[in-house]
Design a protein around this ligand. Structure first.
Ligand code: AMP
Length: 286
């Protein structure tokens, strides 16, 4: 595995791969790897000849300076994990190379960024995400980009940006990898106090309870969500949002009759966690 820090070096590798007709896969990350990141690398490995993982803690998407300051970083460990996952190139650029002082272009994706995370974290968050992902796609010129369902709105945003800007890349959305107790793997989990880590398992129990209610035939979304809310309350979890929305448009769902995203965000001490499940009506009830 090659560790690359500059765009010209990356371009050389990409140009060579493209000359050979190799299929290039990109997995954008902010490092502090866990099994969720590894599953994305493996998904890219399964369908691509050259797998590039970018490791860049993108400052422009952090709306809280303290969150950026304490974001876990361990490049040596990440490099070892990426190598073990069969990654070909770890691209870890410096902030000043990604953002020259006179950078004056940003990307704003409308429609899927205003609600949920966009509302909670402000418009700069998703502007930071779309701008850096656009730049990474231009730097790595992949055929495939693999992202996680864990960040559902981010995945939708990337799909929308790629479609709207005619970017020649296929977006693959990989399922969320969870701890044995259901907690979605996240780089921020290591920052949780032990009692918060235990309590945080209630997030998935709540999401799963909504899914179970809908699976049992409940169509009134408020009734299904009430099951989840009860579980959150019992675990002493106060959500920032706990919402059921159309999985494509992100419009609120009143009656369950299509693919629905049930999304959670909440704070555990200083650590903010998000999670979601997608629920689809089954054939029998259609
Ligand atoms: P991050 O390093 O947190 O920016 O995440 C990099 C990529 O990994 C994003 O596409 C995330 O959606 C994805 N990801 C994060 N956590 C998980 C998880 N538990 N399972 C699957 N993918 C994940």
């Amino acid at each position: 595995m090659k560790l690359i820090r500059t765009v010209p070096e990356l371009r050389e590798i990409v140009a060579d791969a493209r000359r050979r007709g190799a299929r290039i896969g990109l997995v954008p990350t902010m490092g502090a790897f866990h099994a969720g990141h590894v599953s994305l690398m493996q998904a890219a490995r399964a369908t691509c000849d050259v797998v590039i993982v970018s490791l860049f803690v993108n400052p422009t998407q952090f709306n809280e300076p303290a969150d950026l300051a304490r974001y876990p970083r361990d490049e040596a460990r990440d490099a070892a994990m990426a190598r073990d996952a069969g990654v070909d190139v770890l691209f870890a650029p410096a902030v000043q190379d990604v953002y020259p002082a006179d950078l004056s272009t940003t990307v704003d994706v409308g429609g899927v960024t205003e609600s949920l995370e966009g509302e909670a974290r402000g418009p700069a968050h998703f502007r930071g995400v779309s701008t850096v992902v656009c730049k990474l796609l231009n730097m790595a010129q992949p055929h495939v980009v693999v992202v996680g369902q864990k960040d559902a709105q981010q995945a939708l945003l990337i799909r929308r940006m790629v479609r709207d800007l005619d970017m020649p890349v296929t977006v693959v959305i990989a399922p969320t990898v969870r701890e044995p107790d259901g907690l979605a793997m996240s780089s921020r989990n290591v920052l949780l106090a032990p009692e918060d880590r235990t309590r945080a398992a209630g997030i998935f129990r709540a999401l799963d309870a909504v899914r179970a209610a809908l699976g049992q035939g409940e169509r009134d979304m408020a009734a299904a969500m009430a099951r989840g809310t009860a579980i959150l309350r019992a675990a002493a979890i106060t959500p920032e949002y706990f919402a059921a929305v159309n999985a494509q448009s992100l419009q609120p769902v009143v009656t369950f009759d299509g693919e629905t995203l049930v999304a959670f965000a909440g704070r555990f001490g200083a650590v903010r966690l998000i999670d979601n499940v997608i629920v689809t009506p089954t054939e029998q009830r259609a």
